[in-house]
Design a protein. Structure first.
Length: 427
């Protein structure tokens, strides 16, 4: 084995460490969004990304209809000075073609959702009329022409752009699309993600630990986060710390995936083979980010296929379990979103008042684990989970947010305003 240069991992002020924002930008530049699509039935499109713009083929609602149970009337017939009695000339039910013809100076009994009879444009709620025998109602002079009526196309007009290409389909979208009568949609195919752990010390669940060995947890947190993203997942297991094993795993992964994720082996130790293997099989775009945890993150492209369009992107995450989750949420979640939709995405941050003093060195972005709460007056306060080491995975389980301390920020005092990133969505 050749002797490696003894680089220090302790120095946070390295000139070759790029910023979190620059890393996000480079990732977007280097990833080509998926263009291949498939047609799926409406329900199967939930959580998938539209491969086409959706224009409405119809007006929604399709007819002008009543928003209330009551009496339809022409606005011109409404009483202006004093209450007036009107004869009821028929009934209109939802979903049934109206059989009666509305007569001027009369009202038609109407149910919610029924098509407004011709020449009527106003509905009086049934609670607001006085019933005068079987055939007459008394209406007060307090109503407005056009009230309680839903106009055709009021929600969605025929021909308008309803949902744009790249949109991730939500439950509300499923409702909208069904209201347009669309039973099938074109969505982009699922991103294919392959991942494996590296490390001679790692054993999988079910195996017995020998001295110095630990159970592999990164494959489980990665699986959990990927599962929330509706992607095709290939778990390639644990790969041993040899150049040959890692080389072979890279080649295999790059043939079956759009994005290859590894954890461990990206530092400067003698058994860290990820960077040299990426160098041999592709291009490295960056390998160090000014952040904590997550600094030794390697991002590149694997050029093992003959066509540039099918090159896999590569994310070599650090080995420490907290760093894996932090870097996944900061970079991989947006990267996978971009791959599937062509749209960029940044984690949401909110302002909170720190309940703790937090030591912080300028020059790197820190993602401390926090617990936020909302006080009765609406203020959001946040405290730390305790020990912040990048191996303390319980901190991620206890936390409900990251406390994001920007590159410039220095020590935080209790009472200072900080930014938090709530754990919403995938964790
Ligand atoms: P490395 O970057 O490979 O030196 O790993 C950094 C630290 O993370 C070491 O203490 C590893 O034992 C630990 N580690 C690496 N991979 C995993 C894993 N898959 N699960 C749990 N801990 C890991
Ligand atoms: Mg290792």
């Amino acid at each position: 084995m050749t002797q490696k240069k003894q680089t220090s991992c302790a120095d946070a002020f390295e000139a070759d460490a790029i910023s979190v924002n620059d890393a996000r930008e480079i990732i977007t530049q280097k990833i080509t969004p998926i263009t291949k699509s498939e047609k799926l039935d409406l329900r199967s499109c939930l959580g998938r990304y539209l491969a086409e713009d959706i224009h409405s083929p119809i007006d929604v609602p399709s007819h002008t209809n009543s928003a209330m149970d009551g009496y339809a009337i022409s606005g011109d017939d409404l009483p202006t000075q004093s209450s007036q009695s009107y004869a009821v000339c028929g009934t209109a039910y939802a979903g049934k073609p109206s059989t009666n013809i509305h007569k001027a100076g009369h009202v038609t009994r109407i149910m919610t959702g029924a098509v407004m009879p011709k020449t009527t444009d106003t509905v009086i709620m049934q609670e607001q009329v006085e019933i005068m025998g079987d055939e007459n109602v008394l209406i007060k002079p307090e109503h407005r022409k056009g009230q309680n009526v839903r106009q055709a196309g009021e929600d969605i007009a025929k021909g308008c752009l309803v949902l744009s290409k790249g949109r991730k389909i939500t439950p509300a979208d499923l409702g909208i699309l069904s209201s347009l009568g669309l039973g099938e949609l074109k969505v982009t195919i699922r991103p294919r993600i392959a991942f494996f752990s590296t490390g001679d010390e790692l054993r999988s669940v079910g195996e017995t630990l020998k001295e110095g060995e630990i159970y592999d947890s990164n494959r489980y947190t990665l699986f959990g986060m990927l599962k929330q993203l509706d992607v095709d997942i290939t778990d390639m297991g644990v790969i041993r710390d040899t150049q040959e094993a890692i080389h072979e795993a890279f080649v295999k992964a790059s043939k079956i995936a759009d994005i290859v994720i590894t954890s461990g082996g990206v530092s400067v130790g003698d058994a860290d083979y990820i960077k040299p293997t990426l160098k041999a099989l592709g291009d490295t775009h960056f390998w160090k980010i000014a952040m904590k945890p997550g600094r030794p993150l390697t991002f590149g492209t694997l050029n093992t296929s003959t066509t540039a369009a099918s090159h896999a992107s590569f994310f070599g995450l650090p080995g420490n379990p907290v760093a894996v989750m932090v870097t996944f949420l900061q970079f991989l979640d947006p990267a996978i979103h971009y791959l599937a939709s062509g749209q960029t995405k940044k984690p949401l941050t909110l302002q909170a008042v720190s309940a703790d003093d937090i030591p912080k060195r300028a020059g790197r972005t820190e993602y401390q684990r926090g617990i936020f709460e909302q006080t009765p007056d609406g203020t959001i306060t946040v405290r730390r989970t305790g020990k912040q080491g990048s191996g303390i995975l319980t901190s991620m389980s206890i936390a409900n947010c990251f406390i994001v301390l920007s590159t410039e920020s220095k020590d935080i005092s209790s009472g200072d305003t900080v930014r938090i990133q709530p754990f919403i969505g995938i964790i």
